[in-house]
Design a protein. Structure first.
Length: 533
């Protein structure tokens, strides 16, 4: 019995806190939900981008025609199709057309992704067809025998000229456990890994509350994020499966946010948007990195604000919490429907309620695994001894603990726990203190070497001495950063997260600059002494 080491009270709470509600799905196939809206409201606007719009009826017909072509090209259920695009209406046609053909789409931002990484994606996902835009076709490193289709080239007009389903739409047998999309990790810790996420995984978040975000027909959902980031699937498919209008951004993120009812973002992206300028925003969800408490408070005072957590491998997010600005803690809540979360020790045994451990995820959120990486699959996925019945659980590498009232408190990443001067330090704990300093909007703390930490705060007006004093007053001496560097803004990755590599490079440049000044001062000292004499 995997719980026998716990007290009877903790055994009961392990089940009560760790299991999300059991909720039936209306349909585990994501594109079926979009098709229902196309049939019910064909004239409703599905998306707009830079003045152009497409209705649900038009999107369904164009996607149906594309699906027919993909089937003619030999695409079959269970296969993968590259979707190498930029934010656009054709992006949506390619995405939905791929799903209608029974394949999983493999998204990459063709304007940002280097050709070498595109080649890695094509090889690993074994895509035989790549969808792109005409102006980017020459950027795709297409192997021999592969087919390139430009989504912004005209499709056969006989399929598009009349209302109703596209003529020749293929009839394919798609199963709930077939792939919906393949997301490649950012590769910041090595080569990017492809994660296969199924229709059942995606539908389980998007078609149940609170993951549906209360989206209704007519709601405007901002599409702000990189299509290669799994939270973009929450924006795009979360909108289209509920009959909303997807507002696809151009270069101005804030301008699109101001027109939206619903925003899904990373905290870094959200911190660049002023809630005062977004009076129509009703719902906000953040994930992808720790959210500063002040940022959550600002938005929660004006809208329904969800703080969420979950890696790509557990299908966007698998825990959510509606934040109350009066709450002393900003938690990540409880498991979403049909999902579980376990806080385990190094031997994969549940820890007592209130003690920290590593979070493992179970239930319908657990993805199909990594492509072409058996070793990593064995390391991160394991049989679920608590659900049994062939279920698997996933090692998130997030640290957490249950509060007394059954909320998950996020304690950072296992790889963000570092040793400084022989002491274990949680970097997020240092940043959390800094974010409580008056005037500080964001903070990041990184390990510079075996003896020192360096912190970055924004905006640039933050007093670094006051920031260091705040950490010294709240945490042990070995947690105090040797430097606090104020910046106008923190650099971002292409996925809207804080770019930690860029920050470390900046710290190194500052250190080299200081060393150069010190050398110059040393060299000039004899001259100054002679002049003084």
């Amino acid at each position: 019995m995997p719980l026998r080491h716990l007290t009877p009270h903790d055994r009961a709470l392990f089940h009560e806190y760790g299991r999300g509600p059991a909720v039936p799905l209306p349909d585990p196939l994501v594109h079926h939900a979009v098709e229902r809206w196309a049939a019910a409201t064909p004239g409703a606007v599905a998306a707009e981008h830079q003045g152009a719009t497409i209705t649900y009826g038009e999107l369904d017909r164009y996607a149906g025609a594309l699906a027919a072509r993909l089937v003619r090209e030999g695409v079959r259920p269970g296969e993968h199709v590259g979707l190498f695009v930029r934010r656009s209406i054709p992006m949506l046609v390619g995405l939905l057309g791929t799903l209608k053909a029974g394949a999983a789409y493999v998204p990459q931002d063709i304007g940002l992704t280097p050709p070498a990484q595109l080649g890695h994606v094509i090889r690993t996902a074994e895509t035989r067809v790549v969808l792109t835009l005409r102006q980017y076709a020459d950027r795709v490193p297409l192997p021999p025998g592969h087919r390139l289709i430009a989504l912004d080239e005209p499709l056969p007009q006989e399929n598009l000229s009349r209302p109703g389903p596209a003529v020749g739409r293929p009839v394919v047998n798609v199963r709930p456990d077939d792939g919906c999309y393949v997301l490649f990790t950012s590769g910041t810790t090595g080569r990017p890994n492809g994660v296969k996420v199924t229709h059942r995984n995606v539908a389980n978040l998007l078609l149940t509350a609170p993951g549906d975000l209360g989206i209704r027909p007519g709601d405007r959902v901002a599409q702000l994020l990189n299509v290669a980031f799994d939270m973009a699937a929450w924006e795009i498919l979360g909108c289209l499966t509920h009959g909303g209008t997807l507002a696809i951004r151009g270069k101005d993120v804030a301008a699109t946010a101001r027109t939206a009812d619903v925003i899904v973002a990373t905290p870094t992206v959200l911190s660049g948007i002023d809630p005062v300028s977004c009076p129509r925003v009703r719902t906000v969800a953040v994930a992808g990195e720790p959210c500063p408490h002040p940022l959550a408070d600002r938005w929660a005072a004006r809208a329904t604000f969800y703080n969420c957590c979950g890696p790509t491998e557990t299908t966007i997010v698998n825990t959510m919490r509606r934040h109350d600005p009066s709450a002393p803690l900003l938690t990540i809540g409880r498991p979403t429907p049909n999902n579980t979360v376990y806080v385990l020790d190094a031997r994969r045994r549940p820890v007592p309620i209130g003690e920290p451990g590593e979070m493992w995820a179970g239930g319908d959120c657990v993805s199909a695994g990594y492509l072409d990486n058996d070793e990593l699959n064995a390391e991160r996925y394991a049989p679920d001894p608590f659900l049994g019945g062939g279920h698997r659980m996933f090692r998130t590498r997030d640290l957490g603990r249950w509060t007394a009232d059954g909320e998950l408190e996020h304690l950072g990443r296992t790889d963000d726990q570092v040793k400084v001067r022989g002491f274990r330090v949680e970097l997020d704990a240092v940043s959390s203190v800094l974010e409580r300093v008056p005037g500080c909007a964001r903070a990041v703390t990184l390990k510079r070497d075996a003896r020192t930490l360096v912190s970055f705060v924004c905006p640039a007006e933050v007093d670094p001495a006051a920031a260091r004093d705040a950490v010294a007053a709240a945490l042990p001496y070995y947690c105090v950063p040797s430097d606090v560097l104020p910046l106008p803004a923190l650099p971002e990755t292409d996925r809207g997260k804080i770019d930690k590599r860029a920050l470390l490079r900046l710290a190194e440049e500052r250190e080299r600059g200081r060393a150069a000044v010190a050398r110059d001062d040393t060299a000039a000292a004899p001259v100054r002494a002679a002049v003084a004499r």
